[in-house]
Design a protein around this ligand. Structure first.
Ligand code: KG4
Ligand code: ZN
Length: 363
């Protein structure tokens, strides 16, 4: 396989299948670093997983298998390009659900092989961290990146493209996971983040003071399990004394209480995320913070962090919601930039469930 060698424009197809969204994108990268999305499609699996209250890995892989081929065909058709016009194929190789990753990775390799074009496997997390560049080219380095999703909650000191140092992470649940679990306790639909966000709009964030998790001696680390437990205890104690879980139904919150609980819980998550992100900016002397990942769609987080950052003389960049949640455009962008600098992956590149298991020969 030949690696791509510099040209003015590089057009790639990318596939994202690390969790419960099947996504494809055709993107054109200019040598100025600007990206043009020719077509981007995301097929959500929410309907498949909703009855189970969370992602079922085996169902996710099967669903990817079922819809990936028609989705790629649709994306290519929408881009107006023939497959032969592609100069490389990109796929998410890590981290994520192994079965899900393997579907997209194997498809991408086979597609690249038949086109005789280079293939590259990239990190989903690097994709999220670069998503803001899709709409705001030229964001300067260094900056702080807050990646906040269903699987990850972490802070990075981003020093250059491909040089993102992990400086803080969650000790237990990811913020999105906390949203989804609390939504489940409140008997709300999966995924819970967008539902809580919506209900909280007409609730009082000061209704109850839920804890803002701290990790002793690690000011840039997050913890959400205490908050989740506090919500459970709050619900159980609402009757005045501790209510056994099997009698919780009788104490179901009224409509307005439900909105208030959502608002107070959301405020606690948002405050923790903002506090650590601004502390990181201060510690590293950075003037720009980027927000990315599904939880970055949260309306209260977007509003409050923009306000607080402005007060402190920082610029805060948050993508449009469709580039915060899982998508293939961010994967295409990272892959295209790496291909453009002569990188590619070997045909035997494997998928990895975690970010750290990076093989020496991997991209
Ligand atoms: O980035 P993403 O699409 O997938 C992962 O890589 O995890 O993030 C999905 C997560 C889910 O936990 C979902 O509940 C959460 O993002 N989420 C939100 C909102 N929209 C999605 N959380 C809070 N508020 C939202 N508006
Ligand atoms: Zn993600």
């Amino acid at each position: 396989m030949t690696a791509f060698r510099g040209s003015k424009i590089l057009t790639v197809l990318a596939i994202e299948s690390s969790c419960d969204e099947t996504a494809a994108c055709v993107l054109r990268l200019r040598d100025s670093g600007e990206a043009e999305i020719l077509a981007s499609r995301v097929a959500s699996q929410d309907e498949v997983h909703r009855p189970h209250g969370g992602v079922v890995p085996e169902l996710a892989s099967r669903q990817h298998l079922k819809i990936l081929t028609p989705l790629v065909q649709e994306t290519l058709a929408a881009s107006g390009l023939a497959a032969s016009a592609l100069e490389g194929v990109v796929a998410t190789a890590r981290p994520g659900l192994l079965g899900s990753l393997l579907v997209g990775l194997s498809f991408a390799k086979a597609f690249a092989w038949t086109l005789n074009k280079p293939f590259i496997g990239v990190s989903h997390l690097e994709g999220h961290l670069n998503a803001p560049y899709l709409e705001t080219p030229g964001i300067s380095y260094p900056h702080i990146g807050l990646l906040v999703s269903g699987g990850h909650t972490a802070l990075y000191h981003c020093r250059a493209f491909g040089d993102d140092a992990l400086i803080g992470a969650t000790r237990d649940d990811a913020a999105g996971e906390a949203f989804d679990k609390v939504a489940k306790m409140l008997k709300l639909a999966y995924p819970g983040g967008p539902v809580i966000d919506q209900l909280a709009k007409s609730g009082d964030p000061k209704y109850h003071q839920f804890p803002r998790g701290q990790v002793k001696g690690r000011p840039l680390d997050f913890s959400f399990s205490g908050l989740k437990t506090a919500v459970r205890y709050y619900l159980e104690r609402r009757g005045g004394s501790l209510c056994p879980p099997d009698q919780l139904e009788q104490l179901a919150p009224t409509e307005s209480e439900l909105h208030n609980i959502c608002a107070a819980f959301q405020e606690a998550v948002v405050d923790s995320l903002i506090e650590k992100t601004l502390a990181a900016a201060k510690q590293f002397g950075d003037k720009t913070v980027l927000l990315t990942g599904g939880v970055a769609c949260n309306s209260r987080l977007r509003e409050k962090i923009t306000e607080v950052a402005q007060d402190q003389g920082l610029s805060c960049i948050v993508s449009s919601p469709q580039y915060c949640t899982d998508n293939a455009a961010m994967i295409a962008y990272v892959g295209a930039r790496r291909l453009a600098r002569g990188e590619s992956s070997p045909w035997d590149l494997n998928a990895y469930p975690t970010e750290i298991m990076k093989g020496p020969q991997d991209s």
